[in-house]
Design a binder for this molecule. Structure first.
Ligand code: NAP
Ligand code: F7E
Length: 353
């Protein structure tokens, strides 16, 4: 039986990857951060929480990472843990560098010293392309990070490749474009929109306040992106892949699509506020996954329209279930109202596209 260690198992991707690997017969170990309030709702939603082995570990704590590798003795490590919200990386730039960037070197050092036969996956990001001038981005497109998060991811991406070439470690990076799902965190624009649409359609909320509606992203479904990263570690040789749908939409396209599903005119409900603009924006991302399609035989099936519907339908279902008084694992009621958040972004340099 193959063994996999997933860092960041409590996150969106961690939950879907866990589900996939369990179906494939893996023994799954997942690292989680000890927090005062349990954070296992995604694993519970997919009904995998009781099927995995949990290891407390923090990317800031080298000892805990060494211990996680020692006790799990994995064939494969999927390093999904990161401080993944770009907005907050402007607020917590130092922490982001350490968690999202430097921590990857700790893992690579551990592999080099403990067991160089472990296959290592690093969660790289399309954010590394930053505010680039290319219509489509692939594995050869230059990187131009535009946030502390992207800079940290580029460091992690680079150091993974350096260790791979220097020490003959099987390490590869998936340059994943935005991938969403009903398990997406509430601060990301996709879920912020679908949750608000659900509330507005049920009369629980009156408006949705967003930032830059013109930003364009290549949005795919997280569940199917996880099979691509698993395939990367099954290849004969380690190499990096872009994983994307190849189709881009603006934030306003997403908003319109989501409101259309519940039969409402988005223009009546959506406002913008400079508070939600980034100090430096990534205006356009669209991935070219030809390499993955050819070599991994991986192809995305879930369209933008299907993804938005899946998310809106699930948020509506959850709010209705909640109104019926039923308890179930879910994040929305615990999420603070954004009007209460004081952020540095609102005082930053605001570049409206
Ligand atoms: P996510 O839902 O935010 O999950 C991130 C995970 O990292 C959570 O389990 C989180 O734990 C954990 N984590 C954060 N800081 C940590 C620390 N100091 N020590 C240990 N664990 C820590 O993110 P995701 O969407 O699943 O993304 C997975 C990975 O792919 C991330 O590295 C992200 O940057 C990258 N990525 C994501 C996308 C995307 O569109 N989703 C695209 C490209 C790359 P808590 O639950 O305790 O916070
Ligand atoms: O923003 C714009 C915002 O926060 C998307 C992470 O998973 O994908 C994600 O990063 C766009 C940006 O995701 C609001 O300015 C407008 O242009 O959903 P997001 P992201 O920054 O693209 C990459 C690939 C990752 O690697 C990251 O980990 O939407 N936008 N109005 C807004 N964004 C947010 N969050 N909130 C708004 O109100």
């Amino acid at each position: 039986m193959k063994k996999a260690l997933i860092t960041g198992v409590t996150g969106q991707d961690g939950a879907y990857l866990t589900e996939l690997l369990l179906k494939k017969g893996y023994k799954v170990f997942g690292t989680f951060r000890r927090v005062s309030t349990p954070n296992f709702w995604r694993l519970q939603t997919l009904d995998v929480f009781n099927k995995i082995n949990l290891i407390p570990a923090d990317l800031l704590d080298m000892g805990s990472l060494l211990e996680a590798i020692k006790v799990s003795d994995p064939d494969e490590i999927y390093n999904l843990a990161a401080s993944s919200y770009v907005g907050t990386s402007f607020e917590e730039a130092v922490g982001n560098s350490e968690i999202t960037g430097l921590a990857v070197t700790k893992f690579l050092e551990a592999l080099r010293n403990q067991n160089p036969n472990i296959r290592f996956y690093q969660a790289s990001s399309s954010e590394m392309y930053g505010d680039n001038k290319f219509k489509v981005q692939n594995e050869t497109t230059p990187f131009l990070p535009s946030s502390p998060y992207a800079a940290a991811k580029l460091y992690a991406h680079s150091i993974t490749n350096i260790y791979k070439k220097s020490y003959d470690i099987f390490a590869c990076c998936g340059i994943l474009f935005n991938h969403e799902s009903p398990l997406r965190g509430m601060e990301f624009v996709s879920r912020k929109i679908t949750n608000a649409v659900a509330e507005i359609s049920l009369g629980l909320k009156k408006e949705l306040v967003l930032g830059n509606l013109k930003a364009e992203r290549d949005w795919g479904f997280a569940g199917e992106f996880m099979s691509a990263i698993h395939l990367m570690l099954q290849q004969d040789k380690p190499t990096d892949y872009v994983i994307s749908t190849g189709v881009s939409h603006s934030v306003s396209d997403f908003v319109k699509e989501a409101f259309d599903i519940v039969g409402l005119n988005w223009k009546k409900y959506v406002k913008t506020d400079p508070k939600f603009f980034r100090p430096l924006e990534v205006r356009h991302l669209r991935g070219d996954s030809k390499k993955a399609i050819k070599e991994l035989k991986w192809k995305p099936k879930v369209s933008f329209e299907k993804l938005v519907k899946m998310m809106v339908d699930e948020d509506v279902r959850r709010w209705k279930t909640f109104l019926d008084g039923k308890a179930f694992p879910w994040d929305a009621p615990l999420y603070p109202n954004e009007s209460r958040l004081i952020t540095r972004l609102s005082k930053g340099k605001i570049r409206k596209n």
